[in-house]
Design a protein around this ligand. Structure first.
Ligand code: UDP
Length: 241
């Protein structure tokens, strides 16, 4: 595809916390961090505008953490949001060590550490080819970073939401426990919602449908896949109207 214009000009990439640690691990590890940064750098090198929403599940998921510690769910959610800031800061360093220019924008104000989320400023950064990393989710409890990804993709007029996962796409059963599971190549938003397929949480899928932002679910751990998706190869599962 080299020489051709990429299919997408502005993308929103959602990376879950699990993208920053070894499988089943906790926190941030160097190898996965470097791998994620390398994949993003390849896409940015195409001249594509890249915005990233990072999750925080490698540290805390609000609902389970609240139960484990017997604390209020909203408190655990704010703690979860702060954990996404750790991932954002690590990713910023990893990307900048590869020569990219980046900005972190947080939905919770942490003015000594990063910018606050300001939509028009974010758009300006993208236009200047700065990779933006969105931290602290939406800034509100009781939602996930998937919802944040859908929201930012919609309000920044992204051409696609790229949902990075550990598997190649969306299957009709869990491919780890069902070796005969079949992967969907294409799905409509309606099919995802009606069949309760695990693409992203329902609120996120609904937001994408309402704002006509397609979603491509792809394997972050298969090197080069994200770049190929952005160039227009039909890899992973594509969810559309
Ligand atoms: N969270 C939140 N509001 C948001 C985004 C995240 O309350 O807008 C909290 C929530 O507790 C969530 C945690 O941050 O469980 C980590 O985010 P998420 O579970 O989405 O991370 P991922 O699964 O993508 O690693």
């Amino acid at each position: 595809m080299s020489g051709d214009r990429p299919k997408y000009q502005r993308v929103l990439l959602k990376i879950s916390g699990e993208g920053f640690c070894e499988p089943g691990g906790f926190g941030i590890a160097r190898e996965p961090l470097d791998r994620v940064a390398a994949e993003i750098a390849e896409v940015a090198a195409l001249g594509v505008q890249v915005a990233i929403v990072v999750g925080g599940g490698n540290f805390i998921r609000g609902v389970t953490f609240a139960q484990d510690l017997n604390i209020e769910e909203a408190t655990a959610d704010y703690m979860g949001m702060l954990c996404t800031v750790l991932n954002a800061m690590a990713l910023q360093e990893a990307l900048e060590s590869r020569g990219l220019t980046t900005r972190v924008q947080s939905a919770l104000t942490i003015s000594r550490v990063c910018e606050s989320f300001i939509r028009r400023r974010a758009i300006r950064h993208l236009e200047k080819q700065r990779v933006i990393i969105f931290a602290a989710g939406t800034g509100n409890p009781h939602v996930t970073t998937d919802s944040c990804a859908a929201l930012r993709a919609a309000e920044l007029n992204c051409d696609v939401l790229l949902k990075a996962t550990k598997v190649d796409g969306v299957y009709d059963a869990d491919p780890k426990t069902h070796p005969d599971a079949t992967m969907f190549r294409n799905l409509t938003f309606k099919e995802v919602i009606d069949r309760r397929l695990k693409v992203m949480d329902v609120a996120a899928v609904d937001m994408c449908e309402r704002h006509n932002v397609p979603i491509t679910v792809f394997n972050l751990f298969a090197a080069g896949t994200m770049k190929r998706v952005v160039e227009g190869e039909p890899l992973g599962t594509h969810v559309h109207a």
